[in-house]
Design a protein around this ligand. Structure first.
Ligand SMILES: Nc1ncnc2c1ncn2[C@@H]1O[C@H](COP(=O)(O)OP(=O)(O)O)[C@@H](O)[C@H]1O
Ligand SMILES: [Mg+2]
Length: 144
């Protein structure tokens, strides 16, 4: 289990000992974001490998909270596709893409990916909101 503390500026996640693998995976992607200066991954503020804590910048609110309807959510698909494609080009699949795991900065309207528990080099179909499927559909209609 993860316990997440949200302040105005920071989001601090503490992992239980049994979630060591999840901690390592999430830390990997925040470090990757830092190394490659990926604008769509919240900035890593600090981490503690002994305490299993990761602290990142609070970059806004979830798309799920931000949008009033499913229709409004759909208007963000092109922007989601952009960051999703950039991430897959680096060789990674988020694998838990859902509107709760996409954060929007309400001022800049920039989108961010969070929650890298299932992120890996292999694609796993865990997407129950069908975002990835909708992105793929968009790809097909575009190339026609
Ligand atoms: N960088 C961030 N900026 C703003 N809110 C965040 C950020 N990271 C996490 N959150 C908030 O914390 C919630 C839980 O974080 P998440 O890593 O998705 O944990 P869980 O595995 O419990 O879903 C998110 O749904 C979001 O509301
Ligand atoms: Mg989540």
């Amino acid at each position: 289990m993860k316990s997440v503390k949200i302040s105005k500026t920071h989001v601090t996640t503490k992992y239980e000992a049994e979630d060591f693998e999840v901690f390592k995976n999430e830390l990997f992607f925040y470090l990757l974001g830092k190394q490659k200066r990926l604008s769509f991954i919240p900035k890593l503020v600090s981490y503690d490998c002994s305490k299993l804590v990761i602290c990142v910048e609070n970059v806004g609110t979830t798309l799920e909270e931000y949008c009033n309807s499913g229709e409004e959510l759909k208007t963000f698909l092109p922007k989601i596709k952009k960051i999703y494609d950039r991430f897959t080009k680096l060789g990674y699949y988020h694998n838990d893409l859902r509107y709760k795991n996409i954060i929007i900065n309400p001022d800049t309207k920039c989108l961010y990916l969070i929650d890298f528990e299932f992120t890996s080099q292999e694609y796993k179909d865990l997407d129950d909101e069908n975002i990835v499927k909708n992105l793929k559909k968009k790809k097909r209609t575009k190339s026609k």
